[in-house]
Design a protein around this ligand. Structure first.
Ligand SMILES: Nc1ncnc2c1ncn2[C@@H]1O[C@H](COP(=O)(O)OP(=O)(O)OP(=O)(O)O)[C@@H](O)[C@H]1O
Ligand SMILES: [Mg+2]
Length: 345
């Protein structure tokens, strides 16, 4: 049984123009110890998906489908049971550490709290374990800094502290929603390396949300490309990166900044962008959500969700270590076969 099984997950929200679907029929599986990335433009539904998994959606959200953790259905679960799972079996690291840390409590107390709450440790045992965790995530002099408050730490250190909190009870699933976008590039790398080490050390499954292709390439084995609340392409990272079978994935790749590319073109080449902007939820077409911005749009694309096309991944064989949980390469586009056959643009 997979650790996490999400089927037909849809989330509708109350917007100023009435109810609208923000996540539309998401399906994915995450095995124990596997790593999965969620990538897509701002507003495509990445954070809502993460919040749905944690049971933290806003009260006006309506959710349908199924989210199973270790076979247990999370949708419709009562708040007390969910509370017991949160932090214990699944934990989340947020983009901005200050939103996760309480400014009026010492960091030691905040790391120790889940240990007392979920594992029932006494004060001394919780303190000892919290110190070990703080040291493990790289807080130097943890003993002396145990009573310090969040504002006495740098952004990178604060994120290390929230990671220690998330790890405290040894969750099976770690969700990291843009965990490093508020940090500078060097610290970003260190934090992601730390997450990788800890995920491997504890055989956790990782769901990493990022809009950065480089971060996804380095840190996850599989990915879901999201647009307008829909997964438009998914598969093993290497296969998707090599073949890019959806026009939106191609757009994302074309729009990534590349060091030296402009200089090579005489300094005048502007960074390519995806034409148009992400439509408001209420304006998404009935068919493919990307249809309004896509140069390959056909009449059918506007009316019907394109069927999932499974692509032959034989051209990008996987290392043996990944074969146990290899996911097929799938794209929801009428032109997927042609795109994939064209190779990387
Ligand atoms: N609490 C809310 N109330 C109303 N609409 C919301 C709420 N939270 C999110 N939305 C809307 O749902 C859609 C998806 O939002 P979500 O936060 O999941 O995007 P995202 O992919 O995480 O974007 P980003 O990369 O900017 O974090 C957006 O259109 C957003 O405006
Ligand atoms: Mg988000």
């Amino acid at each position: 049984m997979p650790l996490l099984e999400v089927s037909h997950l849809s989330i509708s929200l109350q917007t100023p123009r009435g109810r609208a679907l923000a996540v539309r029929g998401l399906d994915f599986i995450l095995e124990r110890g596997a790593t999965l990335g969620l990538i897509g433009e701002s507003g495509c539904g990445k954070s809502l998906t993460a919040l749905a998994l944690m049971g933290l959606l806003p009260a006006h959200a309506q959710v349908s489908g199924s989210i199973r953790l270790g076979g247990e259905e999370l949708l419709g679960m009562d708040e007390r049971t969910l509370c017991r799972l949160r932090g214990n079996r699944m934990a989340m690291v947020f983009q901005e550490p200050m939103t996760a840390l309480n400014p009026v409590h010492s960091i030691g107390r905040q790391v120790a709290e889940p240990l007392r709450l979920h594992l029932g440790l006494g004060e001394r045992a919780a303190r000892e374990r919290a110190l070990q965790l703080l040291e493990r995530v790289g807080i130097r002099g943890a003993q002396q800094r145990y009573g310090d408050y969040p504002h006495q730490f740098s952004g990178g250190q604060r994120q290390r502290i929230t990671i220690a909190m998330a790890l405290a009870c040894g969750p099976d699933l770690l969700i990291a929603d843009e965990p490093t976008t508020a940090l500078d590039v060097t610290v970003q790398r260190q934090i992601l390396d730390l997450v990788q080490e800890l995920v491997a050390e504890h055989s956790m499954a990782l769901l990493l949300i990022s809009h950065d292709l480089g971060v996804i390439a380095r840190n996850v084995e599989q990915l879901l490309v999201m647009y307008g609340g829909t997964v438009v392409e998914s598969g093993m990272t290497e296969a998707v990166f090599a073949r890019r079978a959806h026009p939106y994935t191609r757009g994302l790749f074309a729009a990534r900044p590349q060091l030296g590319a402009s200089a090579a073109a005489g300094g005048r080449r502007p960074l390519p962008t995806i034409a148009g902007t992400v439509p408001e939820l209420a304006d998404l077409p009935a068919g493919c959500p990307f249809a309004g911005r896509c140069t390959f749009t056909q009449a059918q694309c506007m009316q019907q969700t394109p069927p999932a096309v499974t692509l032959d991944s034989a051209r990008t064989p996987l290392p043996a270590s990944l074969q146990a949980w290899a996911q097929p390469h799938v794209a929801r586009c009428l032109s997927a076969q042609a795109m994939a056959a064209g190779g990387a643009a």
